[in-house]
Design a protein around this ligand. Structure first.
Ligand code: FES
Length: 108
């Protein structure tokens, strides 16, 4: 079963067989807050996830992600969680320092 692990949220683990759902939706449905300033419309980069492991398990990059990448607003190990589906296997991610919430206890 596909699994999302948020490394700097105490290795919070989210299992889901919903490969049709975006990663941010699975995180939110788990009751975990994740920044999404534009409402998951691909118009900001606040929902970005830093991918530690599992890039190959993700859906192909969308046009908006490619635009942000060309603008150097997304690094090669970063994806927008509102644009990306986890198709299989494990995805280990981190919340970027700039996108951390003050009300959540990050582990690093
Ligand atoms: S929430 Fe704005 S790009 Fe994903």
């Amino acid at each position: 079963m596909p699994r999302i692990v948020i490394q700097n949220l105490g290795n919070l683990s989210i299992d889901s067989e919903r490969t049709d759902r975006k990663v941010i939706e699975l995180i939110h449905e788990n009751g975990t807050d994740w920044m999404h300033a534009c409402g998951k419309k691909g118009r900001c980069t606040t929902c970005k996830m830093i991918v530690v492991k599992g890039l190959e398990n993700l859906s192909p990059e969308t046009e908006v992600e490619l635009i942000y990448r060309r603008q150097h607003r997304l690094r090669t190990n970063e994806r927008l969680s509102c644009q990306t589906q986890l198709l299989e296997g494990e995805l280990i991610i981190r919340v970027a320092e700039i996108n951390k919430f003050p009300h959540l206890a990050y582990t690093e």
